[in-house]
Design a binder for this molecule. Structure first.
Ligand code: SF4
Length: 262
């Protein structure tokens, strides 16, 4: 069918020759193939740090690196604003230690229990689902356990076993013949109480309103400077493209700020 459609529309489809690029998800229905650029932006809208990764990586894991790179570049940081991907427990603990206010809304709190690092699945906050090691999103989720008791609730994520049956990574993950493949996490409602209290303050809401700046910068990079498309294959090429594009965008901003000050 795909072949017919491609012929009808005279599309010239090719397999990607980029062996580094990976599939990532923006929502549970949409995906992209390529890379992610995680950026930190100052209040004056200058990009102070960037980390470029393959597409499947989750955003929240790069907060610490972005803060460290920004600090090395001379920034003094007392507040970090981000979306819910940045509110994972390790980030709350890190920013607390560094005396940085973390303005990032909490997701339902997720802990993955005593699993080995290599057995952990990544949480995709855009889709609200876990992604397995083979890169497949869970197809549905269900909550178990009662609210308001001392026992923790669990969230169970279900994966498509038709994919598991032919998955090259199924060993130790999917038992042959099993009727389902699930991944459960505990929801600890009191772990983030302090962050939750901060989230409800007026100060948090006012600061969170600045988040549009990073979206605007992303749009400038993509729509104004062709950053929505990788110009070469491979992670290294993407890093070069990222560095040069960000350099140009920052230079423009610096010149504008200088002009405004004159
Ligand atoms: S066996 Fe299933 S859940 Fe496990 S990695 Fe493969 S597709 Fe994903």
């Amino acid at each position: 069918m795909l072949k017919e459609v491609a012929e009808d529309f005279q599309e010239h489809l090719n397999y990607s020759s980029d062996t580094d690029a990976r599939k990532g998800h923006k929502t549970s229905e949409s995906s992209f193939f390529g890379y992610k650029t995680h950026i930190a932006l100052s209040d004056e809208r200058i990009i102070t740090a960037a980390v470029i990764t393959t597409g499947e990586k989750s955003d929240g894991k790069y907060l610490q690196e972005l803060i460290e790179k920004s600090t090395q570049a001379g920034m003094k940081i007392n507040t970090v604003i981000g979306d819910a991907a940045y509110s994972e427990k390790a980030n709350i603990e890190y920013t607390k230690e560094e005396k940085i206010a973390l303005v990032a809304k909490l997701n339902p709190i997720l802990t993955q229990g005593p699993r080995k690092e290599e057995d952990k699945f990544e949480f995709n906050k855009d889709a609200g689902m876990f992604v397995c090691k083979a890169g497949h999103l869970a197809t549905r989720k269900a909550r178990t356990g009662k609210k308001g008791t001392s026992k923790s609730q669990s969230q169970t994520y279900y994966f498509d076993i038709e994919k598991c049956k032919v998955c090259p990574m199924r060993e130790g993950c999917y038992k042959e013949g099993a009727k389902s493949k699930t991944y459960s996490v505990t929801i600890k409602s009191d772990t983030h109480a302090e962050q939750e209290a901060f989230q409800n303050t007026e100060a948090f809401k006012q600061l969170a309103a600045n988040r549009y700046k990073v979206e605007a910068k992303n749009s400038e990079l993509k729509n104004g400077h062709g950053y929505d498309k990788a110009s070469t294959a491979g992670l290294f090429g993407m890093e070069i493209q990222g560095a040069t594009t960000i350099f140009a965008v920052n230079l423009k901003r610096i010149l504008k700020l200088l002009n405004e000050n004159e």
